[in-house]
Design a protein around this ligand. Structure first.
Ligand SMILES: Cc1cc2nc3c(=O)[nH]c(=O)nc-3n(C[C@H](O)[C@H](O)[C@H](O)COP(=O)(O)OP(=O)(O)OC[C@H]3O[C@@H](n4cnc5c(N)ncnc54)[C@H](O)[C@@H]3O)c2cc1C
Length: 416
């Protein structure tokens, strides 16, 4: 890597340890906690009075594994994030929040089946992390009569109630949550001013971390980020004698969790272009269809369900095209395009200038469908950089999460 676009060329300007984090979902709460642990004085802002009221509000969310036989950036990040997350959530699981019950993934196609065999081989020395199971072992670990001939079993993963995790993090680290709906931010007199719905500044801070998911698009400073809003719905089905035996999460085309208070979560839909948080019966049907196609053994155990008996919850994921989150300093787009413009003519041009970044403005968003897995590691990366610690990820992986990656790619592909 000859270009240093990721290195902020401006000298550090922070004169206090005060930081405001905007957004009290799992991304904002883990970031606030990681910063507080490093001695920063953090205030958190959200438009709701409680943490975890939007995407991070599902009753049972899964720490979802997605490995690949290939050494691509996405599975590499997923692996690091998952391993970090399983350690991070351990104390919560031990307190009885959610369950470290293990996650079984069954293949959705013959191609994925052969990928699983390669993955099983690759990790054969780490059975505590992942094991390739045959049908007999799948039935034993899951507690139900699965039909899949093989599957991957991650014993250290499980499900969590994300809103309760968010709220615990705030009380554990004594982080105040301020209720305000921020419409606009502006840099005035070396401080970020946050303007509320009454158009008045309701807060100022030297350092700001934006962690409000798709809400980042409403700010002029971050509206260039190519994130999308993708609706999803989870459904909750009542348990019965057969499915109550389920001991692990099972994922495939859909997913199902062990029961909590007599209900199993099944999910989730992907409703591109649909903008409503109202729960829809047709989405319950999709979730049922998906989980029944995951494995005939699950379909048998669930049995017939009456759609009108189901409850559910819908909200929006904040997704990126490369499925990786966006973590780091917010680029000064105009200056960066000027400095790195020659990449349009020569994608391999060696450019002397370092990157230009807006003063003390950072972002942590774009968690997609994997917020539970990705947020703890993303928060750790951001907080460790703000504290000036040594890098915790390989450089290529770190750059793959960087907010300036889109701009550099677009210049190279002459899209900017
Ligand atoms: C149906 C469904 C099922 C899912 N299942 C899983 C799963 O099983 N496992 C998993 O890992 N992930 C799952 N996800 C994805 C996961 O929920 C998200 O990745 C994660 O919650 C994102 O966290 P976040 O903190 O980035 O966003 P959010 O939780 O949405 O938090 C953003 C916060 O910012 C606040 N905010 C926004 N704009 C403003 C503003 N202008 N002023 C003040 N406050 C503002 C919001 O109120 C919100 O609290 C699922 C998502 C959906 C929709």
């Amino acid at each position: 890597m000859s270009n240093n676009w990721h290195i902020d060329q401006s000298p550090a300007r922070r004169s206090t340890q005060d930081i405001v984090v905007l957004g009290a979902g799992i991304a904002g709460c883990t970031t606030a906690a990681a910063l507080t642990q490093r001695g920063f004085n953090v205030r958190l802002i959200d438009r709701h009075p409680l943490a975890g009221c939007e995407a991070s509000g599902n009753p049972q969310a899964i720490v979802y594994p997605k490995l690949s036989p290939r050494e691509d950036l996405l599975p590499r990040f997923n692996l690091s994030a998952m391993q970090f997350a399983s350690r991070y959530y351990k104390p919560f699981w031990e307190q009885g929040l959610g369950e470290q019950c293990g996650v079984i993934v069954v293949p959705e196609s013959d191609k994925i089946k052969s990928d699983f065999e390669i993955i099983g081989q690759r990790f054969k020395d780490q059975p505590d992390f992942v094991q390739l199971l045959n049908n007999k072992a799948l039935c034993k670990f899951s507690g139900i009569n699965l039909q899949a001939s093989l599957g991957l079993y991650f014993s250290q993963l499980g499900w969590l109630p994300p809103a309760a995790i968010c709220q615990q993090l705030l009380s554990l680290h004594q982080i105040p949550l301020i209720k305000a709906d921020i419409q606009r931010i502006e840099y005035i007199d070396h401080r970020w001013q946050l303007f509320g719905t009454d158009k008045q500044p309701c807060l100022t801070t030297e350092t700001l971390v934006i962690a409000n998911a798709f809400g980042c698009r409403q700010f002029q400073q971050t509206d260039f980020l190519p994130v999308s809003q993708l609706r999803g719905q989870v459904s909750q089905i009542p348990t019965n004698t057969a499915i109550s035996a389920l001991k692990t999460v099972i994922c495939g085309q859909g997913y199902i969790t062990p029961q909590q208070h007599g209900l199993h979560s099944i999910g989730a839909t992907y409703n591109k272009g649909l903008f409503t948080t109202a729960v829809r019966t047709e989405d319950h049907q999709t979730n049922l269809d998906q989980i029944c196609s995951t494995d005939a053994g699950i379909a048998n155990a669930i049995g017939a369900q009456t759609l009108t008996d189901l409850s559910g919850r819908a909200n929006y994921r904040c997704t990126t095209k490369d499925y990786l989150p966006i973590v780091g300093a917010v680029p000064d787009l105009t200056q960066m395009i000027k400095d790195y413009g020659s990449l349009r003519h020569n994608a391999k041009a060696n450019i002397e200038a370092g990157g230009s970044y807006l003063p003390n403005l950072y972002i942590n968003c774009g968690m997609g469908s994997r917020g539970l897995s990705y947020a703890p590691l993303s928060a750790e990366i951001l907080a460790s950089e703000l504290a000036g610690e040594t890098a915790i990820l390989d450089e290529d992986l770190r750059l793959a999460l960087h907010p300036a990656r889109f701009m550099i790619r677009d210049l190279k592909k002459k899209r900017l």
